[in-house]
Design a protein around this ligand. Structure first.
Ligand SMILES: NC(=O)C1=CN([C@@H]2O[C@H](COP(=O)(O)OP(=O)(O)OC[C@H]3O[C@@H](n4cnc5c(N)ncnc54)[C@H](O)[C@@H]3O)[C@@H](O)[C@H]2O)C=CC1
Ligand SMILES: N[C@@H](CC=O)C(=O)O
Length: 805
């Protein structure tokens, strides 16, 4: 036979009760053999406890009692008068005495289960079922520890087996959970979660084939889904794993429930009354998945700290602390003591914190005078996260993930035998911490949250590339690149689940004003971790937000060259912050768009290779301009317009023509070699005549033809078989500070030379090193363009995402 157990919410009248009855009916029609264990209906136990407290304090409880009776009776024909009358008498007595014993309390609470058993039995009888109300006070015998009585197995087993021997067959026994009686016949209860315990005892005594516990959730989850939206239901757990979870806080399961089942290897299935065809969580003897983990939380706790130099090596300090806490009925959940014994910290429920502090202060009063104890203080508003099933050997992963996301646990400890690590975090960080740990441990896919600043030529291409490749990257890499926000300088859109393919129109109509503060608070509100900010602007101002982003947990990816080319103090401060907050900053596209240049130079330099010179055509725009202009009869201005149209140029094309963009690239490379040059030190040949340098972009573009005679002349005045190339050259002694020459100029080179053979918008970089001698390492390829640049930014994002995997 099977044992079915229905919890209070499953029997509440707001939907659960009828569903529970239907489940029972369905099973009867399928000719299953089973007994049903019931909890009290709805919140009956809590309500009875509240009324009891009111009666004790001589407060008016009668209205609440009447409401209780009305709710419990609802439209049932069950005769509940004996229970109601007993309750009235008990409450009257408590009100008169102004107190109650645990025995009285058990008697009061027991009525909830009796009422429930009678009501369910009556409802089934009305449906034509041969239901039989079974009061477990006649069956399960316990010691006299009221409130948390222990069953006397020998007697209880015999009683249960005898009862079921005569009351089985076509009968459906509706059995009260939670309640029992002492060997003297007094009503006892089995402690909170006692109905599950009753069901589990019955399953054991009757050698049941399965215990089905009907709850209001789909099963046991990897974390509380209210706090972790990505929490997953666990399909199967071994008894040992379930025991760990039960011990560390899962309210749905209690450790003592499992023990009688383990003894007889009886499977326990956690099911949902409201979704009963769902397979739920099966707990059995099978060890199918080793290392299952789940996260449990103690939300409202306080850390109590006791500090003092005189504690070192002094025996009995801990004993005194815990004795005084025990005397005050204060339970301690986590204890941490440093090996120097200069302090001890422990976690108590927030409601007990002040009491605990006062009790310890009183206990150690004399030690304050002798200065052995210096302070007792509370760290309030903290929470405990327990990672159940977590071995210390792999704890580095969730711990690193927390640090990466700027959550530093206040303390952590592990159990020596069970696999369980608990962390104390600030309560404001609880949700984020849970989600970060959950994603690290359970995330089949790792979610990386992206905030994109700027959606111009490069940004827009990047966003579309990211949206198009989303599924593919999930499949291939197990990484979900989730664009949570897109911002321009005026407005932004935000969606924690990821922006849609209609992002452009949504952004146009968005009323959310763009500012670093509003974006950061939107991110914070959603407790998002694994954050990357992507700068695809060309803004000189925006880079001043980088440090703020870093401080708020963002890694950075940038196509914008400004941050790397501002004054050296800014450059250095940015890196100091990156180092301090352990954040990353990638900017491969700053030089050579999608070409793997910065990474190559960094690798060579860090491996000790002496780079002696870097020379080449650094600008895709100017490469296209002079390659095409040299090889065709087209006007200079027409070719320049083509470069603008192809998306090669900077937002202001004068930044290419005046040599600043190439200068910046040269400076970025120099700084990669640990040189602290400033932009002002670069010798730059400006290709724009002075009279065209001022004014707006539009005005400049309208006067492009004025460039034609100048460059036609330059072209004509070259030696034969020579072509024009705009070249950047980092030379001199690159191994010493102030030894480098940074120069950008237009040169005429033989057509047959490596620079002379360049085509299209290709950039070329010749990297000379000591080991490679006269034969430089050459990196060549498209040096500009939205698609290649966006791909390069994409590459940086993936690199960071993989790093955090
Ligand atoms: N086009 C190319 O081939 C390459 C470009 N880059 C760099 O990529 C960056 C973007 O270039 P493009 O897309 O061509 O420029 P773009 O001008 O088309 O796009 C930049 C966008 O950023 C927006 N923006 C400006 N300030 C902002 C702020 N404070 N917050 C949010 N958005 C802001 C602008 O409204 C604009 O839509 C530049 O820094 C450029 O140097 C780097 C390598 C190659
Ligand atoms: N305008 C730049 C774009 C890449 O940095 C260029 O043309 O090289």
């Amino acid at each position: 036979m099977k044992i079915l157990k229905f919890g209070g919410k499953s029997l509440a009248y707001d939907g659960g009760f009828d569903k529970a009855i239907n489940i029972i009916l369905e099973k009867v029609h399928q000719q299953e053999k089973f007994a049903v264990v019931v909890s009290a209906i709805g919140n009956a136990t809590d309500e009875l406890e509240e009324i009891l407290e009111k009666a004790k304090k001589n407060e008016v409880y009668q209205v609440q009692l009447e409401n209780f009776k009305k709710y419990q009776q609802r439209n049932s024909a069950a005769d509940l008068n004996p229970e109601f009358e007993l309750l009235e008498k008990l409450f009257e007595g408590v009100a008169l005495l102004g107190d109650y014993s645990k025995k009285i309390k058990d008697n009061v609470l027991a009525q909830g289960e009796v009422i429930s058993g009678k009501v369910v039995t009556q409802a089934l009888k009305e449906k034509g079922i041969n239901a039989n109300f079974s009061d477990t006070r006649q069956l399960i015998k316990t010691d006299a520890k009221f409130g948390n009585a222990q069953p006397v197995d020998v007697i209880s087993r015999k009683n249960v087996q005898n009862h079921f021997a005569t009351n089985n067959g076509t009968t459906v026994n509706i059995v009260t959970g939670f309640i029992a009686s002492s060997t003297d016949g007094e009503t006892t209860t089995l402690g909170r979660n006692g109905s599950n315990f009753t069901a589990s005892l019955l399953a054991n005594y009757l050698d049941a084939e399965e215990l089905q516990s009907f709850t209001h959730v789909d099963g046991i989850f990897t974390a509380n889904p209210d706090l972790v939206p990505d929490a997953k239901k666990i399909d199967q757990l071994s008894f040992e794993e379930a025991n760990e979870i039960a011990t560390f806080g899962a309210t749905i399961l209690h450790a003592k429930t499992i023990i009688p089942l383990i003894e007889k290897k009886i499977p326990l299935r956690i099911l949902n009354t409201f979704n009963h065809t769902h397979n739920g969580t099966l707990i059995n003897a099978e060890n199918s998945r080793k290392g299952i983990k789940s996260l449990s939380v103690l939300e409202n706790v306080t850390l109590v700290n006791l500090e003092g130099r005189g504690l070192l090596g002094k025996p009995g300090i801990d004993a005194r602390i815990f004795r005084v806490l025990a005397q005050n009925n204060i339970s301690v959940s986590i204890i941490s003591q440093g090996s120097s014994e200069r302090g001890i910290g422990f976690i108590v429920n927030a409601v007990d914190a002040q009491k605990a502090k006062a009790a310890i202060e009183a206990e150690f009063e004399l030690d304050f005078y002798t200065n052995d104890v210096s302070s007792v203080y509370l760290t309030e508003n903290v929470s405990v996260i327990s990672i159940i099933g977590q071995e210390l050997a792999t704890f580095n992963k969730p711990y690193d993930a927390l640090i990466r996301n700027q959550i530093v646990p206040i303390l952590f400890n592990n159990t020596v035998t069970g696999k369980n690590v608990s962390l104390v975090v600030e309560r404001v960080q609880l949700k984020k911490a849970l989600n970060v740990i959950h994603s690290e441990i359970f995330g089949i896919t790792k979610k990386i949250n992206l905030v994109i600043f700027g959606h111009g030529t490069v940004g827009k291409t990047l966003i579309n590339q990211l949206l198009e490749s989303r599924e593919n990257i999930i499949q291939r890499k197990g990484i979900e690149l989730n664009i949570v926000a897109i911002a321009n300088s005026r407005q932004f859109i935000f969606n924690a689940k990821g922006v849609s393919k209609q992002w452009e129109s949504e952004l146009q109509t968005s009323i959310q004003k763009s500012s670093i503060e509003t974006i950061l608070s939107a991110v914070k509100e959603q407790h998002l971790g694994n954050l990357i900010a992507i700068d695809t602007t060309a803004s000189k101002d925006f880079v001043s937000n980088y440090v703020e982003l870093i401080k708020n947990g963002f890694d950075l990816v940038s196509a914008n060259k400004i941050a790397n080319t501002k004054e050296y103090s800014f450059y250095k401060n940015l890196r100091e912050n990156l180092h301090f907050y352990q954040k990353n900053y990638l900017y491969e596209t700053n030089v050579g768009a999608g070409l793997p240049l910065i990474d190559t130079i960094r690798l060579l330099h860090h491996s000790g290779e002496n780079i002696t010179r870097i020379r080449g055509v650094f600008s895709g725009t100017l490469s296209y301009l002079f390659n095409t202009f040299s090889a065709t009869d087209k006007n200079f201005s027409d070719v320049l317009n083509e470069a603008i149209e192809k998306g090669f140029t900077e937002p202001d094309p004068r930044e290419d023509l005046n040599g600043n963009d190439v200068g910046r690239k040269l400076l970025i490379l120099a700084r990669e070699l640990d040189l602290s040059n400033e932009f002002s030190e670069i010798k730059i040949q400006n290709l724009i005549p002075e009279n065209l340098r001022e004014g707006s972009v539009e005005e400049f573009l309208n006067r492009l033809e004025e460039l034609n005679p100048i460059y036609q002349n330059t072209k004509n005045n070259q030696n034969e078989n020579h072509v024009l190339r705009y070249v950047g050259d980092l030379s001199g002694d690159l191994s010493v500070e102030n030894g480098a020459n940074l120069e950008v100029s237009l040169v005429s080179v033989p057509q047959e030379s490596s620079l002379g053979q360049l085509k299209g918008s290709d950039s070329i970089f010749e990297i000379y090193t000591e080991s490679y001698g006269e034969h430089p390492i050459v990196i060549q390829g498209a040096g500009a363009g939205a698609a290649v640049t966006a791909r390069g930014v994409f590459g940086d994002i993936l690199r960071l995402a993989e790093k955090s995997k």
